[in-house]
Design a protein around this ligand. Structure first.
Ligand code: SAH
Ligand code: SF4
Length: 405
């Protein structure tokens, strides 16, 4: 690590909550090992995994597949489920909900629920809708209506959950409110996966029927907490039964993380979004100082190592800052960069969401549209991400544990 980012050296390994008598976060194998150690048959571990991740039971005493005596003994020894809980809810008038999720040490982290999603992942077949519209009539897709009973089994509800990977962030992008917090600590795998299951419970999500996309785009930089992030994905895929094709992780361009990600098994690897945010190194360094360490060419080279699945594209996120990154010349330069990369790419444009004391401005709607058209004319698929929950500080880059709504 060069001297200009000494903090990065320490944080990948810091994981203060990794030890302790918390069951949530352990996979079936670890739970079986624990049961064997306690003189129990290994299948008790699989029963525990089923209870924690499929039945979503958050209280050890309520796991009735385990004999009562065993439950009581585990509790007496200090074991608990220890899943994060939703402590506070902020509701937006567009249906978005922002949660303060409480962790075992009393700290809180933020998670966001968006009925229907944010349109950020459209156009890439992540819902399998493209194939469905071409074939036989597909299921009836509905926006989330929690209080209405689902009369027909084939009605599919859709939503997106935005998940945090750290409390705060150390990357210091100049336009992001989360950056103002600095890094407080990494989350454990259980704390990352636990946000998802706590929100599933709140909205009575039925895995296998409902179309819920996960985006690891909340607080923090997932690739600076790589081990916990990928362990959380493993729990969500293997134990909770979710598909990694409906998960997208966003990175600010941490090259060693991208390279590790490229080596993951395809059946465990989410989609990747890279926060490019600028068309060249000069502007990117100004708004994302991390670019001095990993400039655009290195980020793109690393991204090229990822073996893509069929229909998969790499998403490049691009925050439009009024007057700074939203000019037509920027769009053309960005298109050239991406074409030159040879990557199957698409661009998600995000109009900057304001935050107090951040010296940028939102782009004019005409500038946004002109930018998008210029990318499309240059052959780069480009989408505009709808701002969701701006009124409750739930939109991209606004997560800072703001308690007034
Ligand atoms: N740390 C990761 C993921 C979380 S940020 C990353 O940076 O990729 C998720 C997205 O929100 C990123 O693309 C980031 O560039 C964008 N973002 C941050 N602050 C924003 C703001 N104020 N308005 C709009 N987008 C913002
Ligand atoms: Fe961290 Fe992402 Fe915000 Fe940058 S944009 S400070 S990497 S959360």
């Amino acid at each position: 690590m060069p001297d200009d980012f000494p903090q990065l050296a320490q944080i990948e390994s810091s994981n203060p909550m990794a030890e302790g008598r918390t069951l949530f976060g352990l996979d079936a194998e670890a739970l079986s090992a624990l049961m064997l150690e306690a003189g129990q048959p290994a299948f008790r571990g699989r029963q525990l995994a089923e209870a924690l991740y499929r039945q979503r039971i958050a209280d050890l005493d309520a796991i009735t597949t385990l004999p009562k005596a065993l439950r009581q003994r585990l509790i007496a020894e200090g074991w608990q489920v220890g899943r994060p809980t939703i402590a506070q809810v902020f509701q937006s008038n567009d249906g978005t909900e922002r949660y303060l999720v409480e962790l075992e040490d009393g700290l809180t982290v933020e998670t966001v629920w968006m009925p229907e999603g944010d349109d950020g992942e459209v156009g890439d077949d992540s819902d399998g809708e493209i194939s469905q519209t071409l074939g036989a009539p597909g299921p009836d897709f509905r926006t989330w209506e929690t209080n209405k009973p689902q009369s027909a089994q084939k009605i599919v509800r859709r939503a997106t959950i935005c998940v945090s990977s750290q409390i705060g962030c150390i990357v210091n992008c100049q336009f992001c409110l989360t950056a103002k917090l600095g890094l407080q600590r990494n989350l454990t795998a259980g704390e990352i996966a636990g946000q998802v299951l706590a929100v599933f419970d709140r909205h009575a999500v039925e895995v296998g029927r409902d179309r819920v996309n996960l985006v690891f785009m909340g607080m923090g930089e997932p690739f600076l907490n790589y081990d916990s992030f990928i362990a959380a994905v493993r729990l969500l895929v293997r134990e909770a039964g979710l598909s990694p094709r409906r998960m997208t992780v966003s990175t600010s361009g941490i090259v060693p993380g991208i390279l590790r990600f490229a080596a993951e098994q395809p059946e465990l690897r989410p989609r990747l979004a890279v926060s490019l945010n600028a068309p060249n190194d000069t502007i990117r360094t100004e708004i994302m100082p991390i670019n001095r360490k990993w400039p655009i060419a290195e980020v793109i080279d690393a991204t090229r190592q990822i073996p893509l699945r069929s229909h998969e594209r790499i998403t490049f996120e691009y925050v439009l800052l009024g007057g700074v990154t939203d000019q037509l010349t920027h769009a053309r330069e960005l298109a050239r960069q991406l074409r030159r990369s040879g990557l199957a790419a698409k661009v998600n444009l995000i109009a900057w969401n304001p935050g107090p004391d951040i010296p940028y401005s939102t782009p004019q709607p005409e500038a946004v549209e002109a930018f998008r058209s210029a990318l499309i004319s240059a052959g780069i698929p480009a989408y505009l991400r709808k701002p969701r929950g701006r009124d409750i500080y739930a939109a991209c880059g606004q997560l800072k544990r703001t308690v007034e709504s």
